[in-house]
Design a protein around this ligand. Structure first.
Ligand SMILES: Cc1cc2nc3c(=O)[nH]c(=O)nc-3n(C[C@H](O)[C@H](O)[C@H](O)COP(=O)(O)O)c2cc1C
Length: 332
């Protein structure tokens, strides 16, 4: 139960936990975390001092949500020798002043979450939840581990294992949908091909080199563009008559549809990586056959396939070079 007068936290609301120190009392916070999770609270970050750091590390390591959190746990044995260990969603600190964690959170990427100073008062008890700080905590660049996961060590995989739940696919869409598109047109349409029947329909459309990895992948996403995307603009862009901008022959909508669909495909890949999935985009397939198999009778056209799952590191090619800043960009 929350302490009298403490604000309540809605189920599903993002919560950042700060775990106190104190030997057995610190360990008692295991029960606290279980109680919070049983109430449907989404713990997005954990900080802890001393034994609270150990409990927080164990909790973060046990979370299926972010592999990077587990790496924080692996680094934890070194914690007494350093003042702070940071990883996406986790901060471990050996200072005893729990109030200092407020400052820690403002310098990590915990944003738009609720910071809950949380001190357990007994084994398995629910802590007094007090002094809740609501609203966005200061935005800050993602740390190196997060940037690696999204970009630098993320790769295009050619073999996939594992399972991807329907819940994860919903979470994936609920992230990627926020990526910006022209006039909020959001022309991309997605088919998450998971079942054996759907995979069997997709198989004959694939280039030989893309066949086996696509058949084996837990999910293959067909990313397509809806050429009649403008029909939804009275809802999607209500402050003006944006639908009128795109009226006329369907071929005139090809370019805006393709442009924003491609952006949404990129948001899909980055969102998948953010959720701990690996991705393998492909255009080596017969678009007309995919359209016939999955979008017959519509004006939705397939563009890109993206395999999702746990990538097999043995399946990647050596990293190809990228253009330098000077080759690809200039500051005008
Ligand atoms: C739009 C697009 C189409 C692609 N098509 C294929 C494909 O048909 N088959 C394939 O094996 N890889 C395909 N790739 C993978 C690229 O070759 C790969 O992403 C690129 O070489 C970068 O690899 P890296 O992420 O491992 O650095 C495609 C990638 C993109 C973005």
């Amino acid at each position: 139960m929350a302490a009298a007068g403490a604000p309540t936290i809605a189920p599903g609301e993002a919560v950042a936990l700060v775990l106190g120190a104190g030997g057995a009392r610190g360990l008692a916070q295991i029960g606290v975390i279980e109680a919070l999770q049983a109430r449907g609270m989404r713990i997005v970050a954990i900080a802890g001092s001393s034994s609270g750091a150990l409990v927080g590390g164990a909790c973060a390591a046990g979370s299926p949500r972010a592999r990077a959190r587990a790496s924080a746990w692996r680094r934890l044995p070194a914690w007494p020798s350093v003042s702070t260990q940071r990883a996406p969603g986790a901060v471990f600190c050996c200072r005893n002043d729990i109030n200092s964690f407020r400052d820690e959170f403002t310098t990590t990427q915990v944003q738009h979450s609720t910071l809950v100073p949380c001190l357990a008062s007994g084994c398995g008890s629910v802590p007094p939840l007090a002094d809740i700080h609501r609203g966005p905590i200061m935005p800050h660049p993602l740390n190196d581990a997060a940037l690696d996961q999204l970009f630098r060590t993320a790769r295009t995989y050619n073999a996939f294992t594992g399972e991807v739940s329907d819940e994860t696919l919903h979470r994936l869409y609920d992230l990627l949908k926020f990526g910006p598109t022209q006039a909020n047109t959001t022309p991309a349409r997605f088919v998450f091909v998971k079942s054996a029947q759907a995979k069997a329909k997709l198989g004959p459309t694939l280039d030989p080199g893309n066949y086996q990895k696509t058949m084996d992948a837990p999910v293959t996403v067909i990313v397509a563009r809806d050429l009649d995307f403008h029909d939804k603009l009275p809802y999607l862009f209500p402050h003006t008559d944006a639908k009128a901008w795109f009226e006329g022959p369907r071929e005139n909508r090809e370019k805006p549809a393709l442009r924003s669909m491609a952006l949404q495909a990129a948001y899909l890949i980055v969102a998948a990586r953010a959720l701990g999935l690996d991705a393998g985009p492909m255009t080596g397939f017969d678009n007309a056959k995919v359209d016939e198999a999955f979008f017959a009778g519509t004006h939705i056209k397939s563009d890109i396939l993206v395999n999702l799952g746990q990538g097999d590191p043995a399946s990647i090619f050596p990293r190809s070079p990228r253009l330098s800043f000077d080759e690809a960009a200039r500051i005008a």
